[in-house]
Write a protein that binds this ligand. Structure first.
Ligand code: IMP
Ligand code: MG
Length: 180
């Protein structure tokens, strides 16, 4: 059995998400309809906790897409697959993308450009649970970042290694052997 070394505990994650929620709430306070788009599957735990901390004058709208660039390996393939990309008419709305991690940046860049072209949003921002800036291959920055991490492969809190460990309530690193 592989050992998973904890990097951020569940409590540390919740504390950081609360801070992000406060910032987002203050930035979007007066907006008439914020559309939050979660990028599945990785963002699911982060998104569920984050939206519960966002307090606005008006209700927000939740949407989901599923994008993938990794396949099941640890290296980005560079090709973005779009297994689910159905969105209602959200033209000219304020859009906040919620992602698990910005790694090479390819997924985030692809999706930002897609939304810009399709919906000409009133504003378009990105909230990422994690940022690995040392791995960037394309120019893209998140507007809200939970934690900036070094170049190591992490699992838990939505992130997987070959579809395992997404359910862990903390963020960890596999220290002896992972799924191949
Ligand atoms: P991108 O390279 O920025 O396009 O990131 C693509 C996807 O790779 C992310 O949405 C994650 O699902 C996955 N990914 C990147 N780094 C890690 C990691 O350390 N652990 C688990 N998944 C990762
Ligand atoms: Mg993944």
């Amino acid at each position: 059995m592989p050992t998973i070394r904890e990097i951020y505990s569940a409590a540390q994650i919740q504390e950081r998400i609360d801070q992000m929620g406060e910032q987002i709430s203050s930035d979007y306070k007066e907006v008439d309809r914020l559309v939050v788009i979660g990028v599945m599957k990785g963002a699911i735990l982060f998104l569920a906790d984050l939206v519960r901390t966002i307090k606005l004058k008006n209700p927000l709208q939740l949407e989901f897409v599923r994008l993938s660039s990794y396949g099941s390996g640890k290296e980005s393939t560079g090709v973005i697959q779009t297994p689910y990309l159905e969105l209602p008419d959200i033209r000219h709305k304020h859009i906040l993308i919620v992602e698990d991690i910005v790694d090479s940046g390819r997924t985030a860049k692809f999706f930002k450009e897609y939304l810009q072209d399709q919906f000409d949003p009133a504003s378009l921002k990105l909230a990422a649970f994690l940022d690995k800036p040392s791995r960037r291959r394309v120019q893209v920055e998140a507007d809200y970042v939970g934690f900036t991490i070094e170049d190591f492969f992490v699992v838990g809190f939505g992130l997987d290694d070959a579809e395992q460990y997404r359910e862990l309530p903390f963020l960890g690193e596999i220290v002896n052997g992972g799924a191949k």
